[in-house]
Design a protein around this ligand. Sequence first.
Ligand SMILES: C[S@@+](CC[C@H](N)C(=O)[O-])C[C@H]1O[C@@H](n2cnc3c(N)ncnc32)[C@H](O)[C@@H]1O
Length: 266
Amino acid sequence: MTARALMAEFDDIAGWTAEAVERLGAAYAIPAACRGSANPAALAWLAEACELSAGTRLLDVGAGMGGPAAWVAARFGARPVLLEPMPGAGRAAARLFGLPVVTADGARIPLRTASVDAAWCLGVLDVLRDKAAVLREIHRVLRPGAPLGLLVVVAQGPQLLPCPEGNHFPTRRALAELVVRAGFAAAEQIDQPDVPPLSWKRRADRVAAVVASRHRTDRAHVLAAGQAERFSRLFDAGQVAIRLLHAVRREAPAAGGMDGPDRGLA
Ligand SMILES: C[S@@+](CC[C@H](N)C(=O)[O-])C[C@H]1O[C@@H](n2cnc3c(N)ncnc32)[C@H](O)[C@@H]1O
């Protein structure tokens, strides 16, 4: 079941964010609509690792409000298709960026087998109990040899602080194993590079401030703010970290376990 805080952020708050961006200007849209913690350095790493270029048909699974997809369309000329189960987030993405949005669950992607050039799934696996189902479905719709880019919040060890509602953080090793079992060769995994430039953070913060000024006492805002605070505490305490992973779709799922040397995956 979708957690209440996640529903709040990707339904009500998505619409409020789109309104705030429309007030402030288009330059605010991408930083405000990157909700999976991706920064420009992370997006560039993923785009280069996946060798995205002009015209690449990229499926963004759990695309949220579309910030990462809009970034890669603007910077690399990729042609993203957004898949997002929360109607509010999908509407915000269409409104802010005019990108095509499919409203669906990542475990049931309404696209043909082997029809997609590349896929991203950013900040999504850590909110899913059944991560394997979504990875298997991404594997089905990708062409053989196609790249997958993941951004995942991972557990750094046993978690002592309260876990934000609806989050199920895998360890680095569990993440790599899930990817391999779903039929991918895991090529590379790194910690998210750098912090965003101040100007990026300033724009995201400004939009958040406009939303807060109008909706601070709304239930959805209170829920999402509590969630954000729990996340900050986990990051500050070093209990979670953000990992980027590049993998390639194999012909058939692996027979079991890791395939080949565990290069940088633990
Ligand atoms: C933290 S947000 C990340 C959004 C976006 N990828 C980004 O980086 O800005 C997590 C997203 O996963 C979506 N999500 C949750 N369950 C999902 C599922 N079963 N299939 C696909 N997406 C899902 C949520 O609706 C939300 O948009």
